[in-house]
Design a protein around this ligand. Structure first.
Ligand SMILES: [Zn+2]
Length: 199
């Protein structure tokens, strides 16, 4: 016998999350049956809102519910310094350190020719335009220490060759190939403070 269709559908939904296999999805679906009505409502509402309310900040490409994200709305930050990250998750990581007061620019991933991801796919042109038109003085490339991260850093650095801006990247200390969110906050803080100039 099979589970009723509603439960099978829910299992299929949970399986869409990366790293969630059939067994875990099944357990999650059965667990969902125990949720109170208000939790179910919150689930449904939040899921729908990800489509209808979440958008990209018009300045930095960060996740936002308004035209501008909370960081870009804050005019008290240092306008001269821009931290470039590969996704919105890393904005949160760096913000949580509480030591950076510049603005961010969120790329749409990293260059990875093997996966068919080229510079034009990750907003690099608009990043360069943003740096030029806002008279940014320092760019920190806070990208993952991997082949993709290095390739992206080098590419950006090359495009900024004739632009009067200092470019630095996070200091080593972050192991090669590490995912940024598994790096402990002290290592990330050290890497940000001891960043190395690359132009
Ligand atoms: Zn923003």
């Amino acid at each position: 016998m099979k589970y009723p269709k509603t439960i099978l559908d829910l299992i299929e939904c949970y399986k869409k999350f990366p790293g969630i296999g059939s067994k875990t999805a099944e357990r999650m679906a059965l667990n969902t049956l125990n949720f109170e009505q208000n939790t179910i409502d919150l689930f449904c509402e939040s899921l729908k809102n990800t489509r209808t309310k979440i958008r990209r900040c018009e300045i930095c490409n960060n996740l936002s519910e308004d035209t501008l994200c909370e960081i870009c709305k804050n005019t008290d930050r240092n306008k001269k310094i821009l931290c470039v990250v590969e996704d919105p998750k890393n904005v949160i990581l760096i913000e949580n350190l509480g030591i950076f007061d510049g603005y961010y620019y969120v790329l749409s991933g990293l260059i990875s020719p093997i996966d068919g991801i080229n510079p034009e796919d990750i907003n690099i042109d608009s990043l360069i335009e943003h740096i030029k038109s806002n008279n940014i003085e320092e760019v920190i490339l806070a990208l993952k220490p991997s082949i993709e991260g290095e390739t992206t850093s080098l590419y950006i650095c090359k495009l900024l060759e004739n632009v009067s801006v200092s470019v630095s990247k996070l200091a080593s200390g972050i192991p090669m190939g590490a995912e940024m969110d598994y790096v402990d906050s002290l290592t990330l803080e050290m890497a940000l403070q001891n960043r190395t100039n690359i132009n």
